[in-house]
Design a protein around this ligand. Structure first.
Ligand code: NOJ
Length: 555
């Protein structure tokens, strides 16, 4: 028996062929992708040199995390100049060459816009500090008087996302607000100069060929900083269903995106945007609305445990978003902020804990406990990506997932770059998923570059190198290539129905008799008769082994 969860006519809100609705987008973390000049840091010419790889993978678009000038206080999300390239990563001419090469390979380019904050080295922030109290230069940021006689105490007890106070002293009795690191002062979005500057930034990259934008901290920007300030204890939980939080997900943030929407739509084809908005699930649809950003990341899969019921719940909620917005859901298993998926699924399941939390606790032991079953995690990660790629909507793949790469759990403290590691007492940080990619098992830094890598690569990276996986027909890389090549022809449209099955099996039907079946259990299960199109593991006498997914065409 089947139950239909979505049919084409329901989802189509607006009939459209916009590429992003069904795209597979590959996230590049530029500093860790490919290093063309041997300085240990990935760069734009490095990306250009790997366009053939991206093409052979079969992705529709790449999203580049920030490549702007930055002191790297937060991996490049501390931006000195939103309309330039960090000299260590290249030049604007290198950006243009990269875009041309990607476009020639039929791959779209998504640029990361970081509007919530600048870096503390941004010319505006330096002006704000020297201009002093009450100066218009300070109004571009969120400066407030400190408490105490000389303002020696921060204005309130609010905390930064990275741990510690959300205020840093300006040195003259005033303090500036920063949701993230102290090197990332928050901008004041009530200020018209700020608004105009970001209009310029969006146009700048669109004019240079960007096909779309990923909007960092899209749920930030508008803030109610009026007194009396609520105590942190009352606002520490940021996921509110009603837009009433003073700092996050306020209704008026969409005015900014409606303004940008006019800019996006002034291009032919219109530029698209995807919101990074960590909001209450009932509020996500607002960011995906056609008059706002148009699409919003669905992060729920990063928290799902390896259980059929967890996946079913996340899928149902994601598909409901589609019905409500006329947009498409963006599925993802990981990104540069999350412990890698293969490791999450290789750690023991803990009832009541999110999959990310288990992995973060494991990172605090430097990857020692509990035991990580690497092979199990990889099998499950292979099965998981086949589920995502069989669903209606778009899928975001984080660099290295296609290699089945694991989190590097034992990075030594002196190597850590993430501000979370130094600011927080309860997090090791996000460096373990940002270790430069292994391209060639035999080369220095495994082919990342001719020199060393800015984060140390473990010896076991050699076995995951592209050079090794290229020649192994059963490798994760080759599974991704096959899945991406097949996906569009096997799963057109957006019809999808659940097929009744035993509790440890997830089974859904798509158009034209296509099925996606995953066995979350340990014992092999029988399959309906059909043509096997792709399988994440070898079948066991025609049955689907545990921790595996198969795509079938019913006979
Ligand atoms: C979200 C980004 O994904 C993350 O890496 C960054 O630290 C914060 N935004 C602040 O920009």
């Amino acid at each position: 028996m089947t139950s239909t969860i979505l049919q084409d006519h329901q989802a189509s809100g607006q009939a459209s062929t916009d590429f992003w609705r069904t795209a597979v987008v590959y996230q590049i973390y530029p500093r860790s992708f490919a290093d063309s000049n041997g300085d240990g840091i990935g760069d734009l010419p490095g990306i250009t040199s790997r366009v053939p790889y991206l093409r052979s993978l079969g992705v529709d678009a790449v999203w580049l995390s920030p490549f702007y000038p930055s002191a790297l206080a937060d991996g490049g999300y501390d931006v000195d100049d939103h309309r330039n390239v960090d000299p260590r990563l290249g030049t604007l001419a290198d950006f243009d060459a990269m875009v041309s090469a990607l476009h020639a390979a039929d791959i779209k380019v998504i640029v990361d816009i970081v509007p919530n904050h600048t870096s503390n080295r941004h010319v505006w922030f330096r002006q704000a500090l020297t201009a002093g109290r009450g100066a218009p230069e300070r109004d571009r940021y969120l400066f407030r008087d400190g408490r105490g006689q000389g303002g020696e105490e921060p204005p309130n007890d609010w905390e930064s996302i990275f741990g510690g106070s959300a205020w840093a002293p300006a040195g003259d009795g005033q303090w500036y607000f920063h949701c993230f690191a102290a090197e990332q002062p928050d901008l004041n979005w009530e200020n018209e100069e700020v608004r105009e500057d970001f209009r310029c930034t969006v146009r700048f990259w669109a004019d240079r060929g960007a096909d779309g934008f990923r909007i960092d901290v899209a749920h930030g920007l508008r803030k109610d900083m009026s007194e009396p300030y609520p105590p942190w204890g009352e606002i520490a939980d940021i996921m509110r269903p009603d837009g009433s939080h003073p700092l996050w997900d306020r209704d008026d943030v969409h005015e900014i995106y409606a303004d940008w929407r006019r800019i996006f739509d002034s291009y032919n084809p219109p530029r698209y945007a995807v919101a990074e908005a960590s909001v209450h699930p009932t509020r996500r649809a607002r960011y995906a609305a056609a008059d706002s950003l148009g699409q919003a990341f669905n992060f729920a899969m990063q928290d799902a445990g390896w259980r059929a019921e967890d996946f079913r719940e996340v899928i149902n909620a994601g598909l409901a978003d589609m019905i409500n917005t006329g947009s498409t859901t963006s599925w993802l298993l990981g990104c540069h902020d999350t412990p890698r998926v293969a490791s999450r699924y290789g750690l023991p399941f803990e009832a009541g804990s999110l999959s990310q939390q288990v992995a973060r606790a494991w990172l605090l032991t430097d990857g020692v406990a509990p035991y990580l079953d690497r092979a199990l995690g990889e099998r499950r990660a292979r099965a998981a990506i086949m589920i995502l790629l069989a669903l209606p909507g778009s899928t975001y793949i984080y660099q290295g997932e296609e290699l089945g790469l694991h989190e590097v759990g034992d990075l030594p403290p002196e190597a850590l770059e993430d501000p979370m590691a130094s600011r927080s007492t309860s997090e090791k940080g996000r460096d373990g998923c940002r270790v430069p990619l292994p391209w060639n098992a035999a080369d220095p830094s495994y082919g990342f570059g001719s020199g060393s890598a800015h984060l140390p690569q473990p010896d076991w990276f050699a076995a995951y190198a592209v050079s090794v996986q290229d020649v192994d027909p059963d490798s994760t890389l080759n599974l991704y290539r096959q899945a991406l090549a097949l996906r569009r022809q096997v799963f057109p449209g957006s019809d999808i129905s659940w097929v009744d099955s035993e509790p440890s099996v997830l089974h859904f039907a798509r158009a034209d008799g296509a099925r996606c079946i995953t066995n979350f259990g340990t014992e092999p299960v029988a399959l309906p008769s059909g043509e096997v199109l792709l399988s994440s593991a070898h079948l066991d006498h025609g049955r689907l082994p545990g921790d595996a997914t198969v795509w079938l065409r019913m006979l």
